[in-house]
Design a binder for this molecule. Structure first.
Ligand code: GLP
Length: 263
């Protein structure tokens, strides 16, 4: 695992966006061999998306031959609801770049058969040749996508019931009214993310310090599902100083020195 420690949110977002853009550019995607990008929602990736949009606007990158698969979507929230992950992705990223709408995949939380929807999603990922790079954030309880504490670490795309912690955390997007927050979501599994060729997580702020510690500095556990990344051959966590508040000094220094080339 690589851990990149940047001073603040702006710097970590820039680092992550540069990394993602370079991977896409190096892959030189074509319609026959597109680049498959996994996309998260939440506040954490907003800066990353903003930087990618800037690079697109500056003519440095195109998304014409990029296929996306989003991590998750609420169950039974209308697709055009301002807080649906469909709305989030179009408002914050897709509407500002040259991605082809038919190349965007987001789980349908209003599908008549949710289990069939999840199984079909896995099939579509497989047909696309698997995910080249899965981007992600980390929930305050260490969850990845909507793989809440206690999720199987080999799980695939499925329906998950959200924990009280997550319902509280996400109530900020629903007028702080817990009753308005959907209680279930469709989400890719930890196994789905682990199958990606590369995984890049962004993690910012003191309120994520405990999650980051468990993700990179603790044992692998289904109580902190992002900790499974420790088993991934190509995982990168990009964080800021504030998110490092709970790391051991040794871990913090090791990753800083390693990236500076002092080790
Ligand atoms: C939600 C999403 C996760 C995201 C998490 C943290 O639960 N399903 O994918 O990582 O929120 O969000 P934020 O970045 O806003 O803290």
């Amino acid at each position: 695992m690589r851990v990149i420690i940047e001073p603040d949110y702006e710097a970590l977002s820039k680092w992550a966006a540069n990394y993602v853009a370079n991977r896409i550019i190096e892959a030189n995607p074509t319609p026959e061999k597109p680049f498959v990008l996994g996309c998260p929602t939440g506040s954490s990736p907003l800066g990353l998306y903003r930087n990618l949009i800037d690079m697109y606007s500056a003519g440095k990158i195109s998304f014409q031959n990029v296929i996306t698969f989003n991590m998750d979507e609420y169950v039974k929230l209308p697709e055009n609801h301002p807080e649906s992950y469909h709305s989030f992705m179009w408002n914050n990223f897709f509407s500002h770049i040259d991605i082809k709408p038919e190349n965007v995949h987001i789980l349908n939380g209003n599908a008549p058969d949710l289990i069939a929807e999840c199984n079909h999603y896995e099939e579509m990922i497989a047909e696309a040749g698997g995910v080249d790079l899965f981007m992600g954030g980390i929930g305050p309880d260490g969850h990845l996508a909507f793989n809440e504490p206690g999720s199987s670490l080999s799980s695939r795309t499925r329906i998950k019931t959200l924990t009280t912690d997550t319902i509280h955390a996400n109530s900020r997007f629903f007028d702080n009214d817990l009753s308005l927050v959907p209680k279930q979501a469709l989400t890719v599994g930890i196994g789905t993310v682990m199958d990606a060729k590369e995984v890049l997580l962004v993690c910012s702020g003191h309120n994520k310090a405990r999650a980051l510690k468990h993700c990179i500095d603790g044992d692998i556990s289904h109580k902190w599902t992002s900790s499974m990344l420790q088993m991934h051959p190509h995982a990168i966590v990009v964080c800021d100083e504030a998110a490092c508040d709970e790391l051991t000094v040794g871990t913090y220094k090791y990753y800083l020195d390693k990236e500076r080339g002092n080790l």
